[in-house]
Design a protein around this ligand. Structure first.
Ligand code: ATP
Ligand code: MG
Length: 434
């Protein structure tokens, strides 16, 4: 592994910690990705220095204490995470009680009844640290003392075999932290690795455990699942192991009923996401979430129309219901849920194209997303009578052509209205018109 590919700032931290008499390693995705010739997202550091000791060495260090107490060291825009070796959860007390008493600043490891790890701030040594990592390929420790990689769990062999293997007993490790279910799927898709048999076996049953994860953490993990360039592959694995159905229950239900429109819409939306990322275009969680939730929304909307509700309130009420239900699983921040709703509501506006409407629509800040969304719906088989093509043509048209298109709409609209009126006289009970 060449030092040139490693962020100079993280190397600097390793040297400074070594000079102060501590062990220090780069570990996790940074080492793994370099060995696989991929570009690492970040370089995490593990050390036997406590957060307080680290802070004394680095002026630019901040102790962060959410789930674990870790240290962030900031160099300009780069933030490097440094964490103190933690004891392996299952035998933390034993390890702490033996040789590592010096490191124990607080005894703070707790499990819930179902084996979930609640807190684990018990400091340990490198061997303990290895055991609390998830997969063997994530537990390779790189040191600048002899530029070697320390491998306690045959992670190198698994890199070569392109295999994702859980350290320890997979079932127990998923129970300790169900987010590992998502990590297994995300990393298998990202690295194009096979999930080792015993590591894969409990996935299906453990998917349910994700229900106990706070919706905010689950949402963060969800973004990582779908915006790392492998959304489609990730989604297929999520579905295969029954995890997608847990994350998005309403959409999952339609998939389980083999609803073809839902299946195609999701495949296309995720494929678009991946190709946009490949082309360096922007991707927004709001758009993808709007797509994932569209099938159940559309179904509910249809039911409300059939029951006689007007389109606009029907859309509002359906959006409210679908979002409220989804929030129980994933806490979607307002900055995503608001544009998501707008994309949906615009689907009711896009058919109105006569007179000035078309021009006003085009100027809206959400037009582009709403138009892309319309194309997505059509690609999944919704028959919108050429609406997408109309908007494509309209955007490409010259000013006089646009006026002609608007005028034509005016005529069709007039015709539809008279037709509707006539029909209404014939069948006053009909609610099928919009
Ligand atoms: P990415 O490429 O997404 O950064 P990563 O493996 O580096 O992948 P991080 O979230 O950056 O993922 O975590 C860094 C390391 O911390 C992991 O490689 C793993 O060793 C350990 N780790 C992270 N999350 C868990 C977890 N839930 N359980 C056990 N170990 C974990
Ligand atoms: Mg990482």
């Amino acid at each position: 592994m060449s030092r040139r590919q490693i962020s100079p700032n993280s190397l600097k931290i390793l040297y400074r910690l070594n000079e102060a008499g501590f062990q220090a390693y780069i570990v996790g995705g940074g080492v793994r990705d370099l060995l696989l010739m991929q570009t690492p997202k970040d370089f995490d550091i593990a050390t036997d220095a406590t957060p307080e000791e680290i802070k004394k060495i680095f002026g630019n260090a901040r102790i962060i204490g959410r789930r674990f107490k870790i240290v962030h060291i900031q160099f300009g825009r780069e933030i490097i995470e440094v964490s103190t070796f933690r004891a392996a959860p299952e035998n933390s007390v034993a390890i702490v009680g033996d040789s590592l008493a010096r490191k124990v600043t607080h005894l703070d490891s707790a499990h819930s009844e179902n084996g979930m790890l609640l807190r684990d701030n018990v400091y340990g040594d490198i061997e303990g640290d290895v055991m609390r990592r998830d997969f063997t390929v994530n537990a390779l420790y790189y040191t600048v003392q002899n530029f070697a990689i320390h491998d306690y769990v045959q992670g190198m062999a698994d890199i070569q075999r392109r295999t994702l293997r859980m350290i320890g007993d997979p079932l127990q490790r998923y129970r300790e932290d169900p987010v590992r279910v998502l990590r297994a799927i995300r990393l298998a898709a990202k690295l194009d690795f096979a999930i080792e048999k015993n590591t894969a076996a409990p996935l299906q049953d453990c998917a349910r455990l994700l229900e106990s994860i706070p919706p905010a953490r689950l949402f963060d993990e969800c973004l990582k699942l779908f915006f790392a360039g492998q959304a489609q592959k990730t989604y297929r694995l999520l579905k295969q192991y029954g995890v997608f159905q847990i994350l998005f229950p309403a959409t999952g239900e339609l998939l389980d009923q083999n609803d073809e429109g839902t299946r195609v819409l999701l495949e296309n939306a995720l494929e678009n996401t991946d190709s946009r990322i490949r082309e360096g275009k922007s991707v927004t969680p709001a758009f993808l979430l709007a797509a994932i939730l569209w099938p159940p929304l559309h179904k509910l909307f249809g039911q409300k129309l059939a029951a006689g509700t007007q389109p606009l309130p029907a859309m509002h009420e359906s959006a409210q219901t679908i979002i409220m239900a989804q929030l129980e699983r994933l806490s979607i921040p307002k900055r995503y849920s608001i544009p998501m709703r707008e994309i949906w509501e615009y689907q009711l506006q896009l058919p109105r194209r006569s007179g000035k409407h078309a021009e006003i629509m085009l100027g809206h800040k959400r037009f582009r997303a709403a138009y892309d969304f319309l194309l997505l719906r059509e690609s999944a088989g919704e028959d919108l009578q050429g609406l997408g093509q109309w908007w494509t043509d309209y955007q490409n048209a010259s000013a006089p052509e646009r006026e002609k298109m608007q005028a034509e709409q005016m005529k069709t609209r007039h015709n539809t209205r008279t037709r509707k009126r006539k029909r209404r006289v014939k069948s006053p009970g009909s609610h099928s018109e919009q």
